[in-house]
Design a protein around this ligand. Structure first.
Ligand code: SF4
Length: 352
């Protein structure tokens, strides 16, 4: 059961209040490079990314981000540390969200100025606590960055905003340790009803990062925690979005694109199934419609899975059976299996 959090809107994307978890990513480009950043945002949006974050290290980046935001197909969040002037600049430029920790901004009047400008435009602020940069007092109190220390840090930042009457807040608590992150979000979820952005930070490369994120975010989402999510990967951010949707699809929270079923192959398989499966998955990557596609190696489990799927193939000796909605369409020679299956799927998607 999804935990009911307060609802906010990030550039029109509804977050919290029972809305399904949205998939976010972050540009890896230099924000000052307008062309490269926009190209990456367009690729991310094409993969289904719903909200994108960009780093704002200086005033040049803040100015460029205004232009980027004005043509971005998805809402843009500015990631700001320490300098309140950068926050004011991106707010002026029409940014959809801020990621900023009020406790790191300095004097109270600076925070108040940022909040005043954010309030005028109804721009939410995400407080993002990272285990690697906790306040010294908390490290002294707890000895090291524990889950509770992370929560205390977040609540400290939240109080600063609440004291000036601002509640358009989202919170994240990230650590590279999966179970510490899970523990921290559980504590935070019990303590507040603000929407939560979940992620395992510095999770690693595509291989290890996908596993850590799937485990950590999977546990949280299954417990109903998480209103937006980001899978952090050392790699192309488009993969972050793909992995994000796969996690949500596996949990039955969102449906988008191909639900791909394929067998691991065994001694019964008499076609080059791995090549066929990889090719089919790659060629169907751009399909948005929720369609289940099965690529199975033989007639033992193959026909059953292929029948249950919207479309499927079950391998035989040098050929395979093509299925459409549970019915056998025809026998197809091995070398044409991938083409035949992709064509079936594409024809059905075009008709819808
Ligand atoms: S579907 Fe057939 S080939 Fe694939 S793993 Fe199962 S028994 Fe083996």
């Amino acid at each position: 059961m999804k935990k009911l959090t307060r609802q906010i809107s990030i550039g029109g994307v509804v977050v919290g209040g029972g809305a399904p978890c949205s998939v976010q990513s972050m540009c890896s480009t230099d924000t000052r490079d307008e062309t490269a950043t926009l190209a990456q945002i367009n690729s991310l949006a094409g993969a289904g990314c719903e909200i994108v974050r960009c780093a704002v290290p200086d005033m040049d980046a803040a100015e460029t981000l205004g232009r980027i935001k004005s043509v971005s197909p998805i809402p843009v969040i500015a990631d700001i540390h320490f300098d309140y002037k950068l926050a004011l600049k991106v707010l002026e430029g029409g940014i959809d969200g801020l990621r900023l920790n009020p406790g790191n901004i300095g004097e109270q009047w600076k925070v108040e100025e940022v909040v005043r400008a954010a309030r005028e435009r109804q721009v939410p602020i995400r407080i993002g606590v990272n285990a690697g940069s906790l306040e010294k007092e908390l490290l002294v109190k707890y000895g090291h960055p524990t889950a509770q220390a992370m929560v205390d840090s977040a609540l400290g930042h939240v109080r600063i905003l609440e004291d000036i009457g601002y509640d358009q807040i989202k919170i994240s608590l990230k650590a590279s340790d999966v179970m510490k992150t899970v523990a921290a979000y559980r504590l935070l979820s019990d303590a507040v009803d603000y929407p939560l952005h979940i992620g395992i930070t510095e999770a690693g490369t595509i291989f290890s990062g996908t596993i850590k994120s799937s485990v950590g975010l999977g546990i949280l989402l299954a417990e109903g925690i998480g209103d937006t999510m980001r899978v952090s990967l050392t790699g192309d951010p488009v993969d972050e979005v793909r992995v994000g949707f796969e996690i949500l699809k596996a949990l039955g929270i969102r449906q988008r694109g191909i639900n791909f079923v394929s067998c691991p192959t065994c001694g019964r398989c008499q076609i080059d199934l791995i090549t066929v499966a990889q090719e089919v998955e790659r060629r169907l990557q751009t399909v948005d419609a929720p369609v289940t596609v099965a690529v199975m190696g033989c007639v033992v489990n193959g026909p059953g899975e292929a029948r249950e799927a919207d479309f499927g193939i079950a391998g035989g000796r040098g050929e395979g059976l093509l299925f459409r909605h549970g019915e056998i369409v025809r026998k197809v020679p091995e070398r044409e299996l991938a083409d035949a299956l992709v064509e079936e799927v594409m024809n059905s998607v075009k008709k819808d």
